[in-house]
Design a binder for this molecule. Structure first.
Ligand SMILES: Cc1cc2nc3c(=O)[nH]c(=O)nc-3n(C[C@H](O)[C@H](O)[C@H](O)COP(=O)(O)OP(=O)(O)OC[C@H]3O[C@@H](n4cnc5c(N)ncnc54)[C@H](O)[C@@H]3O)c2cc1C
Ligand code: FES
Length: 352
């Protein structure tokens, strides 16, 4: 596809972008690794300085790209379109430890199973028309049934070894477009899927692993755990997971089985609103409070923090204060793709 010439400095990588596509999409299509997260202009992970050329900044949220940053030449590459040839500053960051890009593609999927795993969470098993290569911790986008061109992001909850069948764990959001179709997605229902996406996947190395999740944020962590169990990963893993009540803890049998297969796994679930019915003797509080209380030193870890953006941001601040070095927190913030009615922070909320 002929298009604008995009040059990354200082490493000199060159690729082409059509005027109709986001610069990030063009990079991924051509296997060029860049940092990014939500792909919807909310998380700021794809913010880079455009030092030469003209861009259309697209749908970047004003909270993720300030007026001043716009004037200085910064852009969110998931939203930005090239109006001319561009030079973009991409300083090398050895802490990123990015792996080669797995180029996203479109897939036809059918629902193989749709199970309610708590009162608010569903596990959706999708059979794909061909195998999907992905890294544990990556996500897919699924087109909302009956709404062509509207896509929602869902982290893959299964291991890459089951490449033609993927599990998703989805929170039913009242009034949500995809959520509304969730109950109706019976066996054999057809869906359009694309991916894989995301850079918060499991990094290689020998540091202990810290997993932190809340609500449907368990999804990418399950993929990481399953992959680690299959690979016989010997790294120590500490897994903090937050839910409201004991009935909101999903997939406890699967996690118990993972504990048997991963002798170095310490699972620490916490309840924020335990009731008498919970008969709960475990940790109590928001997951950020539990980490604040229980984790003395974050400095040895690679940390993966997944779920609602406010939780991820609070936990990452706590981990930094407890010594986690820059570049060792991989945040998977479940931003909503659409604006909350009446919200003063467009698309900056999610409760997943
Ligand atoms: C990288 C990434 C990974 C994600 N992974 C997952 C995942 O594994 N599992 C998962 O369940 N979600 C995940 N999400 C969130 C998901 O993409 C959707 O935003 C969410 O499912 C809501 O979609 P919907 O179509 O049902 O609601 P929408 O139609 O998008 O939203 C309807 C209304 O609800 C508001 N809203 C959106 N989300 C919530 C919420 N959680 N609670 C209350 N109100 C809300 C919106 O602002 C809007 O006003 C992920 C998001 C990102 C960016
Ligand atoms: S990936 Fe661009 S703002 Fe999130």
């Amino acid at each position: 596809m002929a298009g604008r010439r995009i040059r990354l400095e200082p490493n000199g990588t060159v690729f082409e972008a059509a005027e109709s596509e986001a610069v990030l999409n063009a990079a991924l299509r051509q296997g060029v690794p860049l940092r990014y997260g939500c792909r919807h202009g909310n998380c700021s992970s794809c913010k880079y300085l455009v030092s030469d050329g003209d861009v259309d900044l697209g749908n970047a949220s004003p909270y993720s790209l300030s007026e001043r940053e716009r004037e200085e030449g910064w852009a969110l590459l998931c939203c930005a379109r090239a109006l001319s040839d561009l030079v973009i500053q991409v300083p090398e960051d050895p802490t990123d430890r990015l792996r080669p890009v797995l180029r996203p593609a479109d897939f036809a999927a059918t629902v193989a199973a749709n199970d309610r795993v708590t009162r608010a969470l569903h596990r959706l098993r999708l059979r794909l028309d061909r195998p999907l290569a992905f890294y544990p911790g990556q996500f897919l986008e699924v087109e909302v049934p009956g709404r062509p061109g509207e896509w929602r992001s869902y982290s893959i909850a299964s291991s890459p070894s089951r490449s033609a069948e993927v599990d998703l764990v989805i929170l039913k959001v009242p009034g949500g477009a995809f959520s509304a179709s969730l109950e109706r997605l019976g066996g054999g229902a057809a869906l359009r899927v694309r991916g894989p996406y995301g850079t918060s996947y499991l990094r290689e190395g020998d540091r202990p692993i810290l997993l932190v999740g809340g609500g449907s944020g368990i999804a990418p962590l399950l993929s990481i755990l399953e992959f680690a169990a299959e690979a016989g990963d010997r790294r120590a893993i500490t897994f903090f997971y937050g839910a409201r009540t004991a009935a909101d803890l999903p997939l406890q049998e699967e996690i118990a089985e993972l504990q048997r297969r991963l002798p170095h796994l310490r699972y620490r679930p916490a309840l924020s609103e335990p009731t008498a019915d919970c008969r709960w003797a475990g940790a109590v509080g928001l997951i950020a409070q539990v980490i604040q209380r229980e984790l003395a030193d974050a400095s040895p870890f690679d940390a993966y923090v997944c779920g609602p953006p406010p939780m991820c941001d609070t936990v990452s601040l706590i981990l930094a204060a407890k010594g986690l070095p820059d570049g060792r927190a991989f945040l998977d913030r479940f931003y909503s793709a659409v604006e909350s009615p009446g919200s003063s922070e467009p698309r900056a909320r999610s409760f997943g």
